[in-house]
Design a protein around this ligand. Structure first.
Ligand code: UDX
Ligand code: UDX
Length: 456
């Protein structure tokens, strides 16, 4: 049993602290956001993450998990302190480290005994050394400490599982003993352990996220080529993914990636390259393709409406950047909604859990209580986030309430043939000519691929 302090009770800090408590450690989570801490003390979760609430309550009841805004209280018995504060993008894409700086300074000012300080937030390569310098300079009296980089690989919506069953755990430090001590906290998970230096550990995180984002932009570029050549990107991904060297994951074409990690981390890595004299051409292309994919969906919507959104109403199914989260940071739905409203259109939307966060972000959007209300009197319905509850809708009822029969499937979630059979004019991403289906008549009049024999 160890005494652990976690700074930051956001999507990463709260999951990390709760899971460490569940492994039998004593955990105190510190956050500067008083509202967040008082909610947590009343058992109210500040974020939506499947399985989190039950684990928080169980560990609070067991007395292993506490919340405070005081660094003094948080560090009192701590042997380890995890920094899990936000590292948002600054203007030129560089990670903004002001919160990491302030957390490091507060740790230095309040620590009363030797500590192992662990950077879990995604921080640019070299930040570990920088954190050590800040602590050194901010201590009123020198007290021994070590800094370890321990990047997180948690996906929102499956963070609890990802914590408890990681593919690997990575630790970087100049103090090997400290790295091994942190690795000891993860030992019960029995996952492969990588112990290396700080810069390499920090780079493993960025390179992993950037590679996953690259896979997504790759298949999205292929999806556009499929629309020009009449192929089906979902079948292409299936055929590719069976190859063990490629694998089936992160090959789902759609409106592209969003969230608080991929966009920020790819930008930050490209910025690190640039500021060290290297032109990150592949990373730039990954970002460019991802930006274009949202525009591609907006163009599809506009084309279905004869080229103008003026006075038209568009319904969005889903607002979160992915299913099973309430996080709307850099969510494709927000880009799409803003663009439609800027072009004189109206936007109705529904999301199972993310609507509260959108209301703050997007004035003027009409939030509905369920997907059927979204569909009422809209000109186009767009599936943006592939929530399970959108998979088995009564689509005849949906179509019957719409003003026009246009359905844009930005995550290729529906069966195009089925939707057309119901009466929708269905568009998707990369599934044949212009995403209208591999047997549709191509935009440029090329002969459509003859339907399979006997399909008539
Ligand atoms: C954070 C980083 O943004 C991301 O780079 C990394 O990959 C994982 O950790 P996240 O947990 O999503 O991601 O951040 P957020 O949800 O914004 O939570 C950060 C928390 O830190 C907030 O609750 C904020 O109030 C708190 N905080 C911020 C502090 O407690 N002290 C500070 O000085 C600043
Ligand atoms: C990601 C990484 O997966 C995780 O390891 C890291 O710690 C944080 O960033 P997250 O952003 O929470 O996790 O979700 P993820 O499931 O990776 O999806 C990221 C985005 O990519 C979402 O917008 C999702 O819709 C999109 N995506 C994912 C695709 O468009 N296609 C895919 O095949 C997979």
């Amino acid at each position: 049993m160890k005494n652990i302090c976690v700074i930051g009770s956001g999507y990463v800090g709260l999951v990390t602290g709760t899971c460490f408590a569940d492994l039998g450690n004593n955990v105190v989570t510190v956050d500067i956001d008083e509202k967040k801490i008082s909610k947590l003390k009343q058992g109210i979760m500040p974020i939506y993450e499947p399985g989190l609430e039950e684990l928080v309550q169980r560990n609070v009841r067991a007395g292993r998990l506490n919340f405070t805004t005081s660094y003094e209280e948080g560090l009192k018995d701590a042997e380890f302190v995890f920094i899990c504060v936000g590292t948002p993008s600054a203007v030129d894409g560089e990670a903004d480290l002001k919160y990491v700086r302030s957390a490091a300074q507060s740790i230095a000012q309040h620590m009363k005994h030797p500590l192992i300080v662990i950077n879990k937030s995604t921080v640019p390569v070299g930040t570990g050394d920088w954190t050590a310098e800040i602590i050194q300079k901010s201590q009123p009296n020198p007290i021994k400490f070590s800094v370890v980089s321990c990047p997180e690989f948690l996906r929102e919506g499956s963070a609890m599982t990802d914590f408890m069953s990681p593919d690997r755990t990575v630790f970087g430090s100049t103090d090997r003993e400290a790295a091994e001590a942190v690795a000891g906290l993860y030992a019960p998970l029995k996952a492969p352990i990588v112990i290396t230096d700080i810069r390499t550990a920090e780079m493993i995180k960025y390179a992993s996220n950037a590679f996953l984002a690259t896979r997504i932009s790759f298949i999205n570029e292929i999806s556009i080529i499929c629309e020009r050549l009449g192929a089906d990107v979902m079948e292409v991904a299936r055929g590719m993914g069976i190859d063990k060297r490629i694998g089936p994951h992160f090959l789902q074409a759609g409106v592209g990636y969003g969230g608080s990690c991929f966009p920020k981390d790819v930008k930050a890595l490209a910025n690190m390259a640039l500021t060290h004299g290297m032109h990150p051409q592949l990373l730039n292309a990954v970002m460019e393709i991802n930006d274009f994919q949202r525009k591609h969906v907006i163009l599809k919507i506009r084309d279905l409406l004869g080229g103008s959104l003026e006075g038209k109403t568009v319904g969005l199914l889903g607002l979160a950047f992915k299913p099973n989260t309430d996080d709307v940071r850099d969510a494709p739905a927000l880009t799409i909604a803003r663009s439609i409203m800027n072009q004189g259109g109206k936007v109705k939307a529904y999301d199972p859990v993310a609507m509260e966060n959108v209301a703050e972000e997007l004035k003027g959007i009409i939030l509905c209580q369920n997907p059927y209300e979204v569909a009422e009197d809209v000109d186009v319905l767009v599936l943006v986030t592939e929530w399970n509850e959108f998979k088995q809708l009564d689509m005849k009822r949906v179509l019957g309430s719409m003003k026009q029969p246009f359905l844009v499937d930005a995550r290729n979630m529906y069966d195009g043939e089925k939707m057309r059979g119901i009466g929708f004019t269905y568009r998707s991403i990369g599934r044949g000519y212009d995403g209208a289906g591999v047997n549709a008549i191509p935009a440029n009049g090329l002969p459509a691929i003859p339907a399979e024999k006997g399909a008539e």
